[in-house]
Structures are given as structure tokens and as C-alpha cells.
Design a protein around this ligand. Structure first.
Ligand code: ADP
Ligand code: ZN
Ligand code: ZN
Length: 802
């Protein structure tokens, strides 16, 4: 028997399966999807079995045997192995990266497996001899020959086989006392010396708990006894003590769901649930785009569909964009579906993630709510996959494997025969275009579920403020609105965009930012060279001293940090209680949830934050949302800048007035006439879509063209620019005439860690040869450029190209 194994050799990636001989003792247990330890060169490495076959092209004499089988039960299903293969082809990653991405980090490069003896009396023969009286024994002490026996014992519950994770992320155990029968207890009591009064007391307690199993720490509390007393009686045989697995509990309590239980579905909701339900029943892999304004009850639609999925005995994956959503959203799901729900997000420790993953793998839960990587939840019978806020860029992984959760979801749905729901108030342009073409089925919710009006949005022109002598970062209108909320005891959310900090040059008098003459996009300021540059065509120029439009000298880099805003708030409103939520204040585990809870409990008047507060917030007392500057994102040199601005403004505005009290939104900007700002005011998605599609078509961007981004870096500027140039020449010789190759240009951040960065962009409509050509480019890279110290990466669907 031969196993095909993908090895974890990342330093010098060898991206193909290698054949290994399966020792006879493993033949019965080894399965594709299991991890193994194999010799590789003169090392031992971790590998994944991806196939079993009878014959190999490698002669027997050169075939090395598998060293150790780490998983008697495979950790990856056949579906996952096929998915890894597909990821390799579509994202051009190494297969090992794809395989590792699907597992919790606890299972990644660890190969220390242990056997936990749960019922020692059921062990016999060699297994018992090796285990002696230990509770935990490394698997390797048993040797592969005994694996079939262990597997059987595990199936019967006498032992469990676990991966030993780093100590702090180990499986959590609790001691449990199993109290013996009445005869035994009486016997022991009679043999106790007079002085053993504590033991006698514990016997008294045990006699009222005969035959019961109680966690030892509860026994201590309830019987008022000590560990030593328990131990003495266990040794005498009055009770048996075992260690049992418990899961860590990541939730520190449920967030209150504001607004109580919803009423009956609105007509639009019912239609959506009906259509998706049909696909669920029919087992059809249909992708639905659920386009609903903020507060239209999309989450309620998800939950009704999930109910139906569960009734069919199937499972559901719910993806939410990032940690800002989890406390409120997960508690809504937990409230509805109780212990059937597992939660997976980046805020959990490795051990907690591993516990949640095991619950899914063992079929103990049926719903997972999680961030991007939860799309790989090891369910076997999926009934629906949901992406909430499907336009969010955090669904795209930025390093290898560079997958998009949306693509993976659709791919999995085809294997499982189940629908996918993409939900958003502001769908990605690509998604809406697909819905228009009939690739996705469009479902629309036009009204807010509780019929509240959309909040009133006021756009303030910051150029006017300056003309009127207001140099503060707060417009008169916003400052007044905040003061009003403080007086009424209502809450304010202030939003500051962190991205694009100081990266473009803006005239404070006329609002002009310096544009590229060729590309209709803002030039980016490069600190390293102190010049302005265009990423799209490579144009470069000096930073102007006066505004090219109006001649004003008030031209400067744009951007402010949250800390500065907080100081200013304190100066203007010394009595206001301000909570700041940004990368600095949320570094600690659980900080996010704690800040939200404080704000929800009314412990602060103002919540000030970056984009992490833009979504998911749903508190009844928020009646004012202020956007300090809509421009920071708009001026980014990214073809998605307008789309991101529109999405963000819509999301942020959606935080206000979701309940009984009406909401107000104040948006400050230097570009009030920009269509993204204008149209976000009324959440006018369709008109925005029409204009933006026109622009994308004009400049040949997605969804009219696909883009692929190739990036290079090296310590030597000449070396990296030469290599990028060679790559571009190579590509232009191989790709079709309709494909556009832009570059090489220097990347936005031109130097990182003393490495210079160059990039080139491929825009194409139909390029069937592309994957093959890029694969060849990767070969050139690995066989020569890599040895010269160049790093090259390819992103087939970059979420940003700057
Ligand atoms: P979305 O996800 O589209 O932003 P939510 O699902 O969060 O919207 O719904 C907004 C609010 O409306 C929530 O408080 C929810 O409980 C409530 N809601 C949803 N559906 C209904 C309904 N059919 N009737 C009354 N209230 C509803
Ligand atoms: Zn100007
Ligand atoms: Zn340009």
C-alpha cells in the first residue's frame, strides 16, 4: 500500500505529493485526510495523506515508509482535500498552505498525540501493560501496531485520542467523583479509625449521593471537605475519580438583544425566506444576493432559513466580517439556537478555537458563527452558507492562501448541494453585477423591519467651515448636535477613518487633492522619496507648495488620529464620557466586547472609533452618528475608493435610530458633491451602482475586467525593479492582445523592513492561458529569482491594489 503525502516543507516548498510506503501495521487505519510524520531528506516532517494507491512509479527500494500515523481518524474529509486542490489552482498557493488553512492552529504543525484513558478497567493485554496506571500516555509509546486496538477502544469510549497542543491550549479537564454503592460505603465506615472524623463526614455525604457522578470541586464545596479527604476515600475504594473533558467557555455572558423578539416576518422577508427555503429543500446550490437596507431584518431571514436547515438535520455556516460583529450577532444566534451554536473568531485563544472546532467535527453543534476561516468548518452535511456584509474586504485573506471566503462558500455549496446567501445593504459591485446577469438570484428588502424611517443625513462642507473661521475638526453643526445629545442623555457615535492616514495631499480651501494627469485618481504621497506617485501608470511629481487649482497655501497632508480627536472632544465637552475604540484600545483579549458592553450599558455618552465600530452596533439610545471626515477613504488611490466610501457611509449611518428614537447623521467632508457622499445620504444603492459601473467600464476595472496583482520585493532597489521588468516582459510575450499589463511600478509603501517593493497589475477579460502562464512564472521564480533573494507573490483577486 502506498500513500500520497503533501509535506509541510515551507522553507523550500516542494509542491507536489510524494509517495511513501504504508507499513503493514497502519494499513487498516490509514485514510486520506490523516496527518502523518514522514522522513524528508534527513528530517522528519508533518504531512497530509491525500490519497492511497497500490502502486508507485518510485522503485520499492527507494520508497521510504511512513514514520508515524498521527490521526487514526482523518482530520480532513474528502471534500476538504478536493477543496484544497481547487484553492491551489485558483489562488496559485501551495497545497500545504491550503490544507493548513482549513485546520485550527492547534492542529497545524503539532504531532504530539496522546491517549487519554477514560475507563482504565476496559484496557487489557499490551495496551494495559503500556498504559500502566497512567491517565495520559503519548500515542508513540504504543507504536503503530496497537493503533487498530486503540481506535476500537476510542470508539467504545474507553479512551480518547487527542492531539497534544501547547500546554496552555491543551484539552481542558475536570476531575469527577463517581460515588460507590451503599455496601462498600458501610464497609469503609466500619473500618475507619475514630480519629478519621473528616472521612466519616464525607462518607455521610456520599451516602446521600450513592451512584452519582459529581465534579470533585463541587463535592468539596457541597460536602465542605478537602482534596486530601477525597483522595483518602478514593484510595479506600469509596469512590472512583476520573478526569473528564470540558470545553472552555469563550463567552463571558450574552449581550442583551435590543428590541426583544421580532414580530411576524414582513412580506419582503417572507418572500426571501420562501425562495431560499425552496433551494434548501431541493438541495440546490443556488447563490442568493440578499440586498436589504440597514435594519431591514436580514439577520432574521438568515435565522428562519437556518431553522429550516436544522429541521432537515443539516448544518449551517454563518460568516460575519470581523470581531466587531461577534458579541452582538453571536448572542442573537445563541439565543435562538442555544447550545447548537459554535463561535469562531480571531479573538479566541488557540485552545478555545480548537474546542469549537472539535464540537463541529464531532457533530455536537449544527451552526457555526464565525469570521472568514469558519468557512472551512468541518461539517459534513451543509444546508446553507451565509455571508453577512458580503462586500467586506476582510473576507479576502491577504496572505497565502489568498482566498476569498465568498468563492470558497460557493465552491463548498456545489459539493454539498446547498444554497449560499450573500447579504448586504451595499453589495460589492461584482456581486450586484452577477445578480443582474442572473448568476446570483437577487432578493431585495427595501424597508426597515420596524418601519423606522432611515436617519436624516446632513452633509457638512468643511471648506465652508474654514472660510467661516472654524479651524476645529468639528463643524458647528456636529458640535451642536453632540451638545444636544449630551443634554438629552442620548448617545453619540463618532467615526474616524484610520486608513489613508496622511497619504494624500489636500487643499483646505478648495478641497482639491492632487490628481494624476493620466488616471483620474489621487496621487499618493511617498514618505521615502517625498514625492507624489500614481500607482496605476507610474506618473511621479513633486509635492506642490500651493494648490494647483486655487493657488492657496493651505495645502497639506490629510489625516488625524483618534487620540487627537479625543483630546479635542475633552476640550469642547469636558463633562462628556468618551469611550475610544481603535487598534490601541482593543489589543487585549475581550476588550472589544467590554467596550461595547460599557457603551450599551450607558456608561459613556460618546463612542469614538475607527472602522471597527462601523458595523453591527445596535443600541436603542444611539441617536447621533458623526463622520469626522468622509474624505480619507475617498482619496485613496484605489479603484474601489468610491465604492468603499459609499459602503462605509451607508453602514455608519445605519447605526443611528434603529429603534424607537429617531436618528440623525452628520457627515463632514471636503467633497460634498462627490457621488459616493451624495448618494449614501439616502442609501441610494442603485444610482450609485449605475455611476460606478460607468467608471469601472471606462477605466477597465472589475467587474468588467478581472485583475491579478503580482508583487516583488528585495533589499536592492535595482534588483527588484529589474526582476519586475523581466516578469512583465515574460508575461507580455505570453498573454493575449486584449490583456493589459500595467507596470512595473513602485508599491504604495515603497519600502517595508528595508525591502523595496514593486508591483504589476494584469487586467484581463478572457485569458484562459493565465493560470498556466502564472504557474510557469512561479517556476521561474522558484528556480532562479527566489535564490537571489527576491520575494514574489501573486494575488488573483486583490481587494486593494495599492
Ligand atoms: P439587518 O441585519 O438587515 O441590519 P436586523 O436583522 O438586525 O437587520 O433587524 C433590525 C431590527 O429589526 C432588529 O432589532 C430585529 O430584531 C428587528 N426585526 C427583524 N425582523 C423583524 C420583523 N419582521 N418584525 C419586527 N422587527 C423585526
Ligand atoms: Zn485649492
Ligand atoms: Zn496615473
Amino acid at each position: 500500500m502506498i500513500a500520497e503525502v503533501i509535506t509541510d516543507v515551507s522553507a523550500h516548498p516542494v509542491d507536489r505529493p510524494f509517495d511513501y510506503a504504508v507499513p503493514e501495521r497502519m494499513e487498516e487505519v490509514i485514510e486520506p485526510g490523516a496527518r502523518v510524520r514522514v522522513p524528508f531528506g534527513n528530517r522528519k516532517v508533518l504531512g497530509f495523506v491525500i490519497g492511497i494507491k497500490e502502486e508507485s512509479d518510485v522503485p520499492d527500494s527507494r520508497l521510504k515508509p511512513i514514520d508515524e500515523l498521527l490521526d487514526p481518524e482523518p482530520v480532513l474529509t474528502g471534500e476538504m482535500l478536493r477543496l484544497a486542490d481547487w484553492m491551489k489552482q485558483t489562488t496559485l498557493c501551495f497545497e500545504i498552505d491550503a490544507l493548513q488553512a482549513m485546520l485550527p492552529s492547534a492542529l497545524r504543525a503539532k504531532y504530539e498525540k496522546t491517549v487519554h484513558i477514560l475507563e482504565p478497567e476496559k484496557l487489557a493485554g499490551e495496551v494495559a501493560a503500556i498504559a500502566r496506571n497512567r491517565r495520559v500516555v503519548p500515542v508513540k509509546e504504543f507504536g503503530d501496531r496497537l493503533l487498530p486496538a486503540l481506535k476500537q477502544l476510542a470508539a467504545g469510549g474507553a479512551v480518547s485520542i487527542e492531539t497534544a497542543v501547547r500546554q496552555r491550549t491543551n484539552i481542558k479537564k475536570e476531575k469527577v467523583l463517581h460515588i460507590g454503592g451503599p455496601d462498600r460505603l458501610r464497609e469503609i465506615r466500619e473500618s475507619l479509625p475514630k480519629s478519621a472524623s473528616r472521612q466519616a463526614e464525607l462518607i455521610d455525604w456520599m451516602e446521600t449521593h450513592i451512584g452519582m457522578s459529581v465534579p470533585s470541586k463541587d463535592v468539596m464545596e457541597s460536602a465542605g471537605t478537602t482534596r486530601a479527604t477525597i483522595k483518602a476515600l478514593v484510595d479506600k475504594g469509596a469512590a472512583r475519580e476520573t478526569e473528564e473533558e470540558v470545553y472552555r467557555k469563550p463567552e463571558s455572558g450574552l449581550m442583551p438583544e435590543s428590541g426583544g423578539l421580532p414580530g411576524p416576518l414582513t412580506e419582503e422577508q417572507a418572500t426571501a425566506v420562501g425562495k431560499i427555503g425552496e433551494a434548501v429543500d431541493a438541495g440546490r446550490d443556488e447563490t442568493f444576493l440578499l440586498h436589504g437596507v440597514t435594519g431591514s431584518g436580514k439577520t432574521e431571514v438568515y435565522m428562519q432559513v437556518i431553522r429550516q436547515v436544522l429541521d432537515l438535520g443539516k448544518e449551517a455556516i454563518v460568516l460575519v466580517p470581523e470581531i466587531s460583529l461577534t458579541p452582538q450577532i453571536t448572542s442573537r444566534f445563541k439565543r435562538r439556537f442555544g447550545p447548537m451554536v459554535a463561535v469562531m473568531h480571531s479573538g479566541l485563544s488557540a485552545g478555545e478555537k480548537y474546542d469549537e472546532w472539535r464540537k463541529i467535527q464531532r457533530g455536537e453543534v449544527k451552526v457555526v458563527v464565525g469570521a472568514r476561516s469558519a468557512v472551512f468548518a468541518p461539517f459534513r452535511n451543509l444546508g446553507v452558507i451565509i455571508l453577512d456584509e458580503e462586500h467586506e474586504s476582510s473576507y479576502k485573506q491577504e496572505d497565502s492562501p489568498r482566498y476569498h471566503a465568498r468563492d470558497v462558500a460557493i465552491r463548498r455549496s456545489q459539493e454539498h448541494g446547498c444554497p449560499v446567501i450573500l447579504g448586504s445593504a451595499t453589495p460589492a459591485l461584482e456581486s450586484y453585477a452577477r445578480a443582474h446577469k442572473g448568476v446570483y438570484s437577487l432578493l431585495t428588502l427595501t424597508e426597515r423591519a420596524k418601519k423606522q424611517p432611515l436617519p436624516e443625513v446632513q452633509v457638512v462642507d468643511m471648506r465652508e467651515e474654514l472660510k467661516n473661521g472654524n479651524r476645529s475638526m468639528f463643524s458647528v453643526a456636529l458640535a451642536e448636535a453632540i451638545r444636544d445629545r449630551l443634554e438629552k442623555g442620548e448617545q453619540t457615535v463618532l467615526f474616524l477613518n484610520r486608513r489613508g492616514y496622511s497619504s494624500f495631499v489636500l487643499c483646505r480651501d478648495c478641497g482639491t487633492s492632487v490628481q494624476c494627469p493620466n488616471c483620474d485618481i489621487s496621487l499618493t504621497y511617498h514618505r521615502a522619496t517625498e514625492r507624489l506617485q500614481c500607482h496605476y501608470c507610474g506618473h511621479e511629481e513633486q509635492v506642490p507648495l500651493t494648490c494647483p487649482e486655487c493657488g492657496s497655501e493651505h495645502i497639506r497632508f490629510f489625516g488625524t488620529g483618534t487620540q487627537k480627536v479625543q483630546e479635542e472632544l475633552h476640550r469642547l465637552f469636558p463633562e462628556a464620557r468618551v469611550l475610544r475604540m481603535d487598534v490601541d484600545t482593543t489589543r487585549q483579549k475581550g476588550a472589544h466586547e467590554r467596550l461595547l458592553r460599557q457603551f450599551g450599558d450607558g456608561e459613556a455618552d460618546i463612542l469614538l472609533g475607527t472602522q471597527m465600530i462601523a458595523k453591527g452596533l445596535d443600541f436603542p439610545n444611539i441617536t447621533l452618528v458623526g463622520v469626522l471626515s468622509a474624505d480619507t477613504m475617498l482619496r485613496l488611490s484605489d479603484f474601489r475608493a468610491a465604492e468603499k466610501t459609499f459602503q462605509l457611509l451607508t453602514q455608519v449611518s445605519g447605526r443611528a435610530g434603529r429603534h424607537e428614537k429617531e436618528g440623525e447623521v452628520v457627515v463632514q467632508t471636503y467633497a460634498p458633491e462627490h457621488y459616493a457622499v451624495e448618494l449614501a445620504k439616502d442609501q441610494a444603492y442603485e444610482p450609485f451602482y449605475a455611476i460606478e459601473m460607468g467608471n469601472r467600464k471606462r477605466y477597465s476595472y472589475p467587474p468588467f475586467y478581472f485583475v491579478a496583482l503580482i508583487q516583488f520585493s528585495h533589499e536592492d532597489l535595482i534588483k527588484v525593479s529589474e526582476t519586475a521588468g523581466n516578469a512583465v516582459r515574460y508575461l507580455s510575450g505570453k498573454l493575449g492582445p486584449d490583456t493589459v499589463i500595467i507596470g512595473p511600478t513602485s508599491a504604495e509603501v515603497a519600502r517595508v523592513n528595508n525591502r523595496y517593493r514593486y508591483q504589476c497589475l494584469i487586467k484581463y477579460k478572457k485569458e484562459p492561458k493565465l493560470a498556466g502562464v502564472l504557474t510557469d512564472l512561479v517556476k521561474i521564480y522558484r528556480s532562479s529569482w527566489m535564490k537571489e533573494g527576491i520575494l514574489m507573490s501573486i494575488d488573483m483577486n486583490p481587494s486593494t491594489i495599492s
